[in-house]
Write a protein that binds this ligand. Structure first.
Ligand code: NOJ
Length: 576
């Protein structure tokens, strides 16, 4: 492929906004569209190309907008369609594209489709969702009578009993998020129509929520309960069965995505971006999803690298093993080298803050935040920056369960404690892993509401906003903000960053992350010390590199063979 044939998004950087927590223009404590529009210059200064907007649609807000009750409007909490049109126009005027969140594995239970569907067993929309009778030989509504033993991602069973009809509906997430039945062609057509409506309105693509869950293997069957041999019925107190094998990358997933591409995207490929969020996706599957010849999606969000510090569940928190992280990211780089494309991320609205997770959010916060940005952005793929990551925002010091807002966290605490877990231990896991860490208000300045709101914020502001905030960082040329700005600039200026091939070095080194990129006669070396102790990296030919051009670093005037604590450098040389 010649350079001019590369799709535009291979040289782009995406910035994710979680509207509820970004900027509140009307003082109700919740971020809104007008707030985002008013802050576009911050994003423009940072240099990003695309803004991905987490859901702003009408919603009961059971899962902060990932439970949608109307796909073609804006929740009054966030403003109006006119406010969205204005945001799109203002973003476009700055050369920033807008990608919408597309949440179509499920709707809200308050969506008119579901309201109709549950109204009677012979309603024409009954089949738009997954309705099933109770397990044979059980009493509907009794524990264990669920059609399968699957657990929901937000604790408890994945089936909800409907008193009126005596049947159950499937909800892989909360009971207010019933799963749509993609086997039904009318469902698919309605979604395609809705997507085209958004494209006509001027949006530039879609981030597709848990899109690899839309095809389920039929008939739904019991999953394995890790604890014991069983007959499918989950014993009281036991955990649920794993339904993943029946709904992750199910039998018709490629067909559904190819159809969606043909119905919605075809003809607009040159301007749009599609990215599928795919928990549990493997490199082999991702090769298929992102192979341009197959016309499915441009790239996927995979989850392996954000699972390297977890044991049996996300609440089983382990220390980072750098070799495992490198093995995973390196394998993805290799797997999508020939065709397909990687998306690169540390953070989003579901992940704890990376500087607290893989860096040092205390003494070396600034330096380790820069290191993490450097390592990620120098990989091959499209980098995603989550709001506040460019400031080195940290996890929040949540004191008690009442400080949390997220349905996943709150449900987990309740269920785990009910099953006998020590509340302090559950809280410790929440502090490390809760999605609320990503959702505390964006830190714009040192004022009491952090410049996010003049009212009472819906979730507490991190007290460290007095030091960690956009106003201070924009004014400081050595800040995390300016480092991210330089990384984004570098991707544009140096073709090897976007398009060079990738070679991992020092795979077994427990603290040094090092790799090269090469395009034609240009070679780049990234070398980073993931530790609080100085280290002399054992990079082959390091002496030669030390004389090369230093493109970027995070320790001023450091050029010798030793890397300081959390130091990262990027070198460039031409072999031509
Ligand atoms: C993935 C989203 O990123 C997450 O925030 C949400 O809770 C689930 N999908 C359900 O929509």
């Amino acid at each position: 492929m010649t350079r001019s044939e590369h799709p535009w998004w291979t040289t782009s950087v995406v910035y994710q906004v979680y509207p509820r927590s970004f900027a509140d223009s009307d003082g109700d404590g919740i971020g809104d569209l007008a707030g985002i529009t008013a802050r576009l210059d911050h994003l423009h200064r940072l240099g990003i190309d695309v803004l991905w907007l987490s859901p702003i649609y009408p919603s009961p807000q059971d899962d902060n907008g990932y439970d949608i009750s109307d796909y073609q409007d804006v929740d009054p909490l966030f403003g109006s369609l006119a406010d969205l049109d204005e945001l799109i126009a203002q973003a476009h005027a700055r050369g920033i594209k807008i990608v919408m969140d597309l949440v179509v594995n499920h709707t809200s239970d308050e969506h008119p489709w579901f309201v109709e569907s549950r109204s009677s067993t012979d309603n024409p929309k009954r089949d738009w969702y997954w309705w099933r009778p109770a397990r044979p030989g059980t009493t509907p509504g009794e524990p264990g009578a669920e059609p399968t033993n699957w657990g929901s991602f937000f604790s408890g069973p994945a089936w909800e009993h409907d008193e009126a009809s005596g049947e159950y509906y499937l909800h892989l997430f909360s009971r207010k998020q019933p799963d749509l039945n993609w086997e039904n062609p009318e469902v698919r057509r309605a979604i395609h129509r809705m997507m085209r409506w958004w494209l006509d309105r001027g949006v530039d693509g879609f981030r597709m929520d848990v899109i690899n869950m839309i095809s389920k293997e039929l008939p739904p069957r019991d999953g394995v309960v890790p604890t014991a041999e069983h007959d499918g019925v989950v014993p009281p107190g036991a955990i649920h069965g794993d339904g993943g094998p029946f709904f992750l990358c199910g039998p018709r997933i490629h067909e559904f995505l190819a159809e969606m591409h043909a119905e919605v995207v075809a003809g607009h490929e040159a301007t749009l971006l599609t990215v599928g969020e795919m928990p549990g996706v493997t490199v082999e599957e991702a090769q298929l999803f992102t192979d341009p010849e197959r016309h499915e999606v441009d790239m996927v969000f995979q989850f392996e690298h954000v699972g390297v510090d977890q044991g049996d569940s996300k609440w089983d928190v382990l220390p980072l093993r750098l070799t495992v992280l490198k093995e995973s990211l390196g394998r993805w780089q290799e797997g999508l080298a020939k065709s397909g494309w990687n998306s690169l991320y540390w953070n989003n609205h579901d992940q704890p803050r990376v500087v607290s997770r893989f860096g040092d959010d205390d003494e070396h916060r600034v330096r380790s935040a820069k290191l993490l940005g450097t390592v990620l952005h120098l990989h091959r793929g499209t980098p995603y920056v989550y709001q506040g990551e460019e400031l080195g925002m940290t996890n929040a010091p949540f004191a008690a369960i009442d400080d949390f807002r997220d349905i996943e966290s709150v449900n987990h605490f309740r269920h785990a404690v009910e099953l006998g877990a020590d509340p302090d231990q559950v809280l410790a896991a929440l502090r490390a892993m809760s999605r609320d860490n990503a959702r505390t208000p964006m830190q714009w300045d040192a004022s009491p509401g952090a410049g996010f709101t003049t009212g009472t914020p819906w979730i507490g502001v991190n007290p460290n906003h007095v030091e960690v905030n956009a106003e201070a960082e924009v004014a400081d040329p050595d800040s995390v903000f300016h480092h991210y700005r330089r990384l984004i600039e570098l991707r544009r200026a140096e073709p090897a960053v976007a398009h060079g091939d990738f070679t991992m070095l020092l795979e077994d080194d427990p603290v040094v992350y090092a790799f090269t990129r090469r395009l034609d006669d240009v070679e780049l070396l990234t070398v980073a010390n993931f530790s609080g102790e100085p280290v002399r990296p054992d990079v082959p030919g390091l002496d030669g590199w030390l004389g090369a051009e230093l493109l970027l670093g995070n320790v001023p005037d450091s050029t010798g063979p030793e890397l300081a604590e959390w130091e990262a450098r990027v070198y460039r040389r031409s072999t031509g």
